[in-house]
Design a protein. Structure first.
Length: 459
């Protein structure tokens, strides 16, 4: 979002001349229609999709780099890829492990400067692998994350803040016992990898991955050519600032193009050969105990759908949503890049597994599924709901509009299907407010990606 983010559109008459297609394999007409609807109805400014099938690659593009300038996006357009960066961080770790410079089981304390102490619990230490697979028991975001500019939130998070939080945080559960997606943990991992190499995160990533794989437009800092091809981020039809990263760069700082990401994917699928492939294999491999859900390697996640194993990651920053994935053991892969905050995960998953549904076109029509609810009814849902330890969903109301905000994420509007059922437009997710016998809202159910979380009202 990034993925789950910090977390974390647009106009019909622009279609003429904004599509780019190449030879086989085809993107289905139904998928094209769905992508077009997202742009036509104001959900996404631009979408670029790259599909690998067999040895062929097809790109398909709809929309614009900017709603003001209206220059078409294409496979060379530059997007923030957000948390897809975490797969690069995982690969950097895997590379060091195979070179014998680090071990996955190394306690992170081994790599911390003097005076910085990582928390422990029940005699166990946080290790490099638990940072990479989100089981370190560190939270999604640190509580000292207080950006001076919320529109560019990661730019001023310092090394001192990074280490101060680590030294003073008390773990709330055993290390390795539970998955909790953590931007902080992977950002910390990226910082450790960089400092141990005597380089910045970008220098390390470029030297180890981008240059050897010839990813010329995959960088943190935009080159002059990348600036020319930048697709500007959008939120609710408004251009927003790009995000810059300092110490937490390993969590979501990379910018890239569909061409580069398809190339990166082909190396991961071993369609292209590289000395990095053994490290890529290690990064794909499940790093958690057998039977643990979700299945996570070093950055990469694996979803099982029937006989398909889908290795994937998504991303989201202030004005972008992205997806990358491939079917293990098959010649099928996809990259989806968008410069707006409406999720594209369903597109990626649908390409890899046609049984996985696309968000219905009707949902992209602003009035397609929305009903008007009286403000007195909306007010009954306002409050805070605990979905998990340290994960609070806050519901607020602005006149006749409800907004939902997860801990560490922006607030997004939600739209009514019924007086107690609401949906997001920025992501394929739904909220159902559950009432007791007196008609009072006492909990909320968050449904997303086939999974649900129930949060009890705490305020």
């Amino acid at each position: 979002m990034f993925v789950k983010v910090i977390r974390l559109s647009f106009i019909f008459f622009l279609f003429a001349g904004l599509f780019t297609c190449h030879s086989q394999p085809p993107v289905s007409d139904a998928l094209k229609e769905n992508i077009q609807a997202r742009v036509a109805n104001g959900n996404n400014a631009g979408i670029v999709i790259g599909v690998i099938e067999g040895q062929g690659v097809q790109y398909y593009s709809v929309g614009v780099k900017s709603l003001k300038i209206r220059e078409p996006v294409d496979e060379h357009s530059v997007f923030e890829i957000g948390s897809i960066t975490k797969t690069f961080t995982g690969l950097l770790l895997a590379d060091k492990v195979l070179k014998g410079e680090m071990s996955l089981s190394d306690p992170i304390q081994k790599y911390l400067p003097e005076g910085v102490t990582a928390p422990v619990r029940n005699g166990a230490a946080i290790t490099l692998v638990t940072l990479a697979n989100h089981t370190s028991s560190l939270p999604r975001m640190p509580d000292n994350f207080t950006p001076a500019n919320p529109a560019n939130p990661f730019a001023d998070y310092t090394e001192k803040q990074l280490y101060d939080f680590l030294s003073h945080y008390t773990l709330t559960r055993d290390i390795g016992s539970q998955y909790e997606y953590s931007n902080y943990a992977v950002g910390l991992l990226g910082y450790i990898l960089a400092t141990q190499s005597g380089k910045s995160y970008e220098e390390l990533m470029v030297d180890v991955i981008a240059k050897p794989l010839a990813l010329k437009d995959t960088r943190l800092v935009l080159t002059p050519d990348m600036k020319k091809n930048l697709a500007l981020g959008h939120m609710e039809n408004v251009e927003v600032a790009n995000w810059d990263f300092s110490t937490l760069a390993g969590a979501g700082a990379i910018r890239s193009t569909a061409v580069d990401m398809i190339r990166y994917l082909r190396f991961n699928m071993r369609q292209e050969r590289s000395s990095l492939y053994p490290a890529m294999q290690l990064a794909h491999k499940n790093s958690r105990a057998p039977g643990s859900v979700p299945v996570v390697g070093l950055g990469w996640h694996t979803a099982v759908a029937g006989d398909l194993e889908i290795v994937w990651h998504n991303g989201g920053t202030g004005g972008y949503r992205t997806f990358i994935g491939f079917v293990k053991g098959r010649e099928k892969g996809v990259v989806v890049l968008s410069n707006a905050i409406f999720s594209v995960d369903d597109i990626g998953m649908h390409v890899l597994n046609p049984a996985s549904p696309l968000v219905p076109i009707e949902k992209f029509r602003p009035d397609g599924k929305t009903v008007s609810i009286d403000s007195t009814v909306l007010e009954k849902h306002v409050g805070q709901y605990e979905l998990a330890p340290a994960l609070i969903l806050t519901i607020t109301r602005e006149e006749n509009q409800l907004k939902a905000q997860l801990s560490g994420q922006p607030a997004f509007p939600v739209y009514a299907k019924f007086d107690n059922v609401y949906y997001y437009k920025v992501v394929s997710a739904q909220l159902t407010f559950n009432r007791n016998n007196e008609g009072k809202t006492e909990s909320v159910t968050l449904l997303q990606g086939g999974q649900q979380l129930i949060g009890k009202r705490v305020k």
